[in-house]
Design a protein around this ligand. Structure first.
Ligand SMILES: [Zn+2]
Length: 383
C-alpha cells in the first residue's frame, strides 16, 4: 500500500524530553531562612547534589522531626528546632514523621522515581488507549493532584499530554509502516473518526483524510456466502478486506470508508478466484489454497494475528489466554483492539476468541455471524 507521509509532529520528539532537576536555593544557613522554608513547605530546600534535605525541623511539642516540605500542620516558631541531619534530631530524642519520612530517599529522587514509573507505564500501555489519571496516581502512590504537579515539574507536560504525544508518535510510525486503518488502531485510538477529531494533537490536516488510500488500485467482488453477502477486496498484492452484510450498498460503503482515496473497481472476473478461496476457508475445505493477504499491521498486531491463526479449527481461546500466549498477559484490551482491527476476518480467525466466561463477545460482523462460524467449524471437526 502507498507510503503515506501526512504526519508532521508539531512538538519535539519524546526521546528529546528528559526530566530536569529541580533547582535548589543555595543559602539556607540562618534559622530565619530555614523558618521561611518551613512556612513555604519548600521542597527546594534540598541539597543541589540530591543527597538530601539541607535541614530538618523538630517540633518540641510533638517530639517529631520533619522535612521542610512536610504537608502536616506547621508548628509554631517557638516550638521549632532545626537540625542538619535526621540523625542529629534522633540523637536529641525526636521520632521521624510518618508523613514526610525524613529518613527516606530525598524528595526529588523519590519524585523522579515516581515520574519514571508513570512514564514507563504510559510507554508500555500507549497502545491500549486512554489511561486514567486515577490509575497513574495508584502507580505513583500519589494523589492525582500531586502526580499532575510532580509529573509536569519533571517532564514539562501533564501525564495526559505525554500519553497523547506518545500515541501520536506511534501513530506516525505506524503510518510510515502501513495502511492508515491499521495505523489508527496501532496508535491506541478507538476508531478513525477519533483520530480526526484529535488532529490538533496528531498534526493531521483536515485534507489528510481525502488522501487515505491514494494511489491504490483496489478491485472488489460481492458474492453469496453462508454469512450473507460477502465482499472481497484486493490490491495487486493480495486481499485487503473481507466484509459481510445483507446489503451490497452497505458493503460498498464499508470499502469506500476504509479506502477513501483509492481507485475502486468492481471486478468479478479477476476476483472470482480469491472469493472462491475465502469460501473454501469458510467451509474448511482441505483443498483451500493459501490466500495472499495485503494487510499491513504493527508488530503487536502481527503477534496477535499469528496467535489467532494458531488456534485450531473448532476451538476457542479467551482474550486473556491470547494475551498470555503472546507474552503480554496484561495487554488484554490491546489484544481485543488488535482482533477488532483485523480486516480479513474470518481468514485471520478472530471469531475464535471469546469472553472469559465463554460468551460471544463483540465481532465486527455481528455476534450471529460469529456464532454461525463457530458452529460451522465445530460441525466440521465432528464430521
Ligand atoms: Zn513530616
Amino acid at each position: 500500500m502507498a507510503t503515506l507521509s501526512l504526519f508532521t509532529p508539531s512538538f519535539p520528539p519524546l526521546t528529546a524530553m528528559k526530566p530536569h532537576a529541580i533547582a535548589a536555593p543555595t543559602h539556607l544557613a540562618s534559622d530565619e531562612h530555614r523558618w521561611l522554608a518551613v512556612l513555604r513547605r519548600s521542597d527546594t530546600a534540598a541539597r543541589p547534589d540530591g543527597s538530601g534535605d539541607r535541614f530538618f525541623y523538630g517540633v518540641t511539642t510533638t517530639g517529631i522531626v520533619c522535612r521542610p516540605s512536610c504537608p502536616s500542620r506547621r508548628p509554631r516558631r517557638e516550638n521549632t528546632l532545626f537540625f542538619d541531619s535526621v540523625h542529629q534530631a534522633e540523637a536529641a530524642g525526636f521520632r521521624t514523621c510518618q508523613r514526610c519520612r525524613p529518613a527516606g530517599p530525598p524528595p526529588e529522587q523519590e519524585a523522579a522515581a515516581r515520574v519514571d514509573r508513570v512514564r514507563r507505564y504510559l510507554e508500555q500501555h500507549a497502545e491500549e488507549g486512554a489511561v486514567t489519571l486515577a490509575v497513574l496516581a495508584t502507580i505513583a502512590e500519589l494523589s492525582p493532584f500531586h502526580l499532575q504537579r510532580v509529573f509536569r515539574a519533571a517532564m514539562g507536560v501533564s501525564p495526559a499530554e505525554y500519553a497523547r504525544r506518545l500515541r501520536a508518535e506511534r501513530f506516525a510510525e505506524a503510518l510510515q509502516a502501513g495502511s492508515v486503518t491499521e495505523a489508527v488502531y496501532a496508535a491506541g485510538f478507538q476508531s478513525p473518526s477519533q483520530v480526526y477529531a484529535k488532529r490538533a494533537a496528531t498534526g493531521m490536516t483536515p485534507g489528510a483524510r481525502k488522501r487515505l488510500g491514494e494511489h491504490q488500485h483496489i478491485r472488489y467482488s460481492i458474492v453469496d456466502s453462508p454469512l450473507d453477502r460477502m465482499l472481497v477486496a484486493a490490491t495487486d498484492l493480495g486481499v485487503c478486506l473481507i466484509a459481510f452484510d445483507t446489503s451490497d450498498d452497505v458493503l460498498r460503503e464499508e470499502l469506500h470508508s476504509r479506502f477513501a482515496a483509492a481507485e475502486l473497481e468492481e471486478d468479478n472476473g479477476r476476483l472470482a478466484d480469491h472469493a472462491k478461496t475465502v469460501l473454501q476457508h469458510l467451509s474448511e475445505s482441505p483443498t483451500a489454497k493459501r490466500l495472499p493477504l495485503h494487510v499491513r499491521a504493527t508488530a503487536f498486531q502481527q503477534r496477535v494475528w499469528k496467535a489467532l491463526e494458531a488456534i485450531p479449527h473448532g476451538e476457542t481461546r479467551t482474550y486473556a489466554q491470547l494475551a498470555a500466549e503472546i507474552g503480554a498477559p496484561k495487554a488484554v484490551r490491546a489484544v481485543g483492539s488488535a482482533c477488532g482491527a483485523n480486516p480479513v476476518a474470518p481468514v485471520v480467525p478472530c471469531h475464535r476468541v471469546v469472553g472469559s466466561n465463554g460468551s460471544l463477545t463483540g465481532y465486527r460482523w455481528g455476534k450471529e455471524r460469529k456464532a454461525k462460524l463457530l458452529e460451522m467449524e465445530r460441525a466440521g471437526k465432528d464430521a
